[in-house]
Design a protein around this ligand. Sequence first.
Ligand SMILES: *Cc1c(COP(=O)(O)O)cnc(C)c1O
Length: 319
Amino acid sequence: MISLKDVQDARERIGKIAHVTPVLRSTQLTNICGNQIFLKSEHLQKTGSFKIRGASNKVIHSIEKGAKFVTTASSGNHGQAVSYIANKYGVPATIVVPENVSKCKVNAIQAYNGKVEICGTTSSERLPRAQEIAEQEKGVYIPPYDDPFVMAGQGTLGLEILEQLENVDVIIVPIGGGGLISGILTAVKETNPKIKVIGVEPELANDTFLSLQNKKITAIPATKTIADGLRTSQPGDLTFPVLMRYLDDIVLVSEDEIRQAFRFIMERTKQLIEPSSATTIAAAMFNKLNIQGKNIVSVISGGNVDIHEVQQLIVNTVE
Ligand SMILES: *Cc1c(COP(=O)(O)O)cnc(C)c1O
């Protein structure tokens, strides 16, 4: 398991790369929720999501160890983050993406000089291909979550919350593979164990919820939740033990609740966040937490949403 020291080392390593993102407030959201809500705003982070934290920590460490090339298999925020940081350090990166990848994601990777290779439709095809390329080119494969350096990098977000806000009672974090929340848990629980950390998953991607219930890693079939950063089918071998040890609670939100939260944030706070992040707002808005009168930090994990999909996200939501 990673420790607070690993997160502090990550902070040192990525200090010049990642922004210290702002904490925003919304009075209307606070009134609706009956709790003081703070938005830790990683949609304003470099590359548009927190993924730059873990990717930078892993890529810079690999370069220090002599890597001359990196790959990954994610078409989303992690792929963008890896190509950004590799480009910054002058190291070539190949990102393996699925056949149905959206043009805007390919553009984002290429804008950072990442090379895009198209392979199959499932992650079980892409992942071995990325690992194969890494081997051929004597490079390093950068995992999206199940890696100590990636987890520690994501944990730097937790350290920042502790410095930016006094009297935090609860931190709400979205869960995909669990890299983000395991880093935050390590940073927060090893500094101030009184702060509660609550995870959120879409009902349609409840693999971590089930795994915690069963006390062992449990996979679900492929899912189509609109929260595309949370579609992972099971928690990681390295992330899951951290959740078992430290996580206070996990709650589920419906697709409609995610849409309503997305719309609320856009309409009332003028912030463009992605559906994966709207899950934390949905959890607070729809009282999934059973908490009143507390200081709650919602981790807004990213803001990369294809502009053409925004309308899709707000149609049919209840006024
Ligand atoms: C990757 C991602 C998540 C989930 O993070 P994990 O480390 O996989 O749990 C949540 N939100 C956004 C925007 C992401 O890109």
